[in-house]
Write a protein that binds this ligand. Sequence first.
Ligand code: CUA
Length: 351
Amino acid sequence: MKRTRSRWHEGWDAGGSRPSRRSGARASFLLGAAALALTVSGCTSSIDSFAPVTDRGHDNLWLLNLSFILITAVMLLVFGVLGYSIVRFRNRTPSEREGNSRLEIFWTATPALLLVVLFILSVRTMNTITTGHDAGDVVTIKAVGNQWWWAFDYPDLGVTTANELHVPTDRPVRIELESTDVIHSFWVPQLGWKLDMIPGRTNVMNFTVDTPGTFDGACAEFCGAQHAWMRLKVIASPGDQFAAWSSQQAAAASTPSDLVTKDGESTFLRESCAACHTVRGTAAQGKVGPDLTHFGSRETIGAGVLQNTPANLEAWLRDPQAYKPGIVMPGFDRLSDEQIRALVEYLEGLT
Ligand code: CUA
């Protein structure tokens, strides 16, 4: 069966055969060169720490840029003076060297002063980033890290989804980060910074997105075998589109309308699917895996590992361990082709 791997694979896969040592070195060199070229050209990838789309992300980048400029200025000054001295005083003998207290005070006080300035600005930026929103029209989202996927709960909107985080633009967002198992780290570079998800603790991220778009993210704390396949997407859209999305997602699952999807639903409820997954509006109320009430509206399967297409879903249902070894979900290869296809049709119909 042909399966379309997700877009993630295109940029991140190492390729099929094991590279030799020499080609490995060449690959590292090429990667380094490519990274440099991307940095210099200001790439437009959706993973880009240098292109924040939030108010606080801009503050963070401003501090980074300022630090970079100051550090570069100091470096140029030091190397400039060093170079000048080497050339200008190259013929002096050691006995002619003597101290210069004014110079020494200057090169001690200047870096100290710069560090104080950077310290004050860093503390100010940290304060800006950690301060909550003023009370108002805040969208609160509970984000829970699981091995290896993300649950997103919108308690005020009655929405529960997974791996794709929808937020409105130009409206304050508050994300409460938690974990059910080990430490994960919520990292969407364009939001501006990352924050750990720690079991038994709630960390809060506040921001307002100013640019609509889709921004990729990933777990940034090693959390087990499938840490690398704990990806997420943030979809930021204007208020009216976000409202349309949330009211659609808050609704219970659509009732199967034909024989095949009805058959798929009963397979879903009869097999162990319902013990782990919730499909609101049915008897399936499991809490171990992602809420599947609107599964068909998502772009990927397995937190980014496969594109959400019927063929991929069929392969995934038969043997999820082939794509994400170590996850909790068992394979359903024992089902007949007919049953699997009905299950696929049912799940893809949950838009
Ligand atoms: Cu979750 Cu790494």
